[in-house]
Design a binder for this molecule. Structure first.
Ligand code: KG4
Ligand code: ZN
Length: 338
């Protein structure tokens, strides 16, 4: 089954064609990152306009690259939530029009479920149930993926997402937007014990976590140094910060492995590209005799291939939509009826 998948929830316009959930025939992306960089973050109105400009050409390019024609497409999938509402709407309207014109089913996909689905492409043998650490720019959670379209959330961030904190700290260090990857690169040159930074303590739900205290502590440290004219060890700060984020996430994942008895743990979302988190989760899982699934860096950030992968399983579960499909800025991953 060839699924034409569309993703436009933030600052990447993406169209892919994925066969039966696992085989990527093409994965086209038009990134707007350079455009938003001068503003230090995504400007929603610009994002929507650029999606409109890019999406038609990108779909043609996808067909060309996959050496397919429109007749070979069996369904159209799209990120319908969550994201910047104007940006998501562009993809949803394009997908609705394409599905209507082709006379094929329309499959709405939750963006975060798509991030999890990136693992199905990277690991053709991966099947639920498994644990998943979701770490993106807007979401941070530990979920139990009980089936392809059924999940249980064990814990989430109670305030900021991990990616948001990486970006905020990188921004005050004058790193270009989005700063997570640049901060990660710098961290690899530094001493992770250089600056003591707080770790989120377990609360009523031990899987829940908080990042705002860590973010504030890092920002205060930087601002204080600037005010008193003290020179900071930037690689050391980046390494200390990355270690604190990882120390907040990874022990909770380890606890989830122990308590659920699940020996498979996947990582998903843009921050899954972080070298410290990748290293620590591998070590923690190995100690517990669990296997780790991590998408290659190219599938960690936003892309349409992951949407096409998850869409196949949504289709099998009967989760299709009609022309009344709407776009949503926020929506739970748990999959209430659309
Ligand atoms: O999943 P994603 O592409 O978009 C959302 O769905 O939010 O995640 C983007 C986030 C950004 O905050 C970006 O800075 C972060 O992922 N990111 C990283 C790394 N690469 C991307 N954060 C830390 N280390 C990285 N290597
Ligand atoms: Zn994303």
């Amino acid at each position: 089954m060839n699924i034409l998948a569309v993703e436009s929830s933030c600052d990447e316009t993406a169209v892919a064609i994925v066969r039966s959930g696992r085989e990527v025939l093409c994965d086209c992306i038009a990134s707007q990152v350079e455009l938003h960089r001068i503003y230090g973050g995504v400007v929603p109105e610009i994002a929507s306009r650029k999606h409109i400009e890019a999406i038609y050409g990108l779909a043609d390019q996808a067909l060309l690259q996959a050496k397919l024609t429109r007749k070979d497409i069996d369904a159209v999938a799209v990120t319908y939530a969550p994201g910047l509402i104007g940006a998501v709407l562009v993809g949803v309207n394009f997908a609705k029009a394409a599905a209507l014109a082709l006379g094929k089913p329309l499959i709405p996909v939750h963006h975060i479920r798509g991030h999890i689905g990136a693992n199905y492409i990277a690991y053709p043998d991966l099947e639920p149930p498994f644990l998943c650490l979701v770490v993106s720019g807007g979401h941070t959670m530990i979920a139990e993926v009980t089936d392809y379209t059924k999940m249980r959330i064990l814990g989430t961030t109670l305030d900021d997402a991990a990616g948001e904190c990486f970006d905020k700290v990188a921004r005050v260090l004058d790193m270009p937007y989005p700063g997570g990857a640049a901060l990660d690169k710098m961290a690899q040159l530094g001493d992770d014990r250089k600056y003591p930074l707080p770790r989120s303590k377990p609360g009523a739900n031990p899987y829940d976590m908080s990042f705002s205290g860590l973010k504030t502590a890092a920002l205060n440290l930087i601002h204080h140094a600037q005010q008193v004219g003290e020179e900071l060890d930037i690689p050391g700060l980046c390494a200390s910060f990355s270690a604190a984020v990882s120390d907040t996430l990874v022990p909770r994942v380890a606890q989830a492995i122990r308590e659920t008895g699940l020996k498979k743990v996947a990582v998903a979302g843009g921050v899954a590209a972080n070298s410290r988190i990748r290293r620590d989760i591998l070590a923690a899982a190995e100690a517990l005799d669990a296997r780790v699934y991590m998408p290659p860096l190219s599938l960690c950030g936003d892309n349409a291939a992951m949407i096409g992968a998850q869409a196949y399983y949504e289709f099998l579960a009967g989760n299709t939509a009609d022309m009344s499909l709407n776009a949503y800025a926020t929506k739970s991953i748990l999959g209430e009826k659309i």
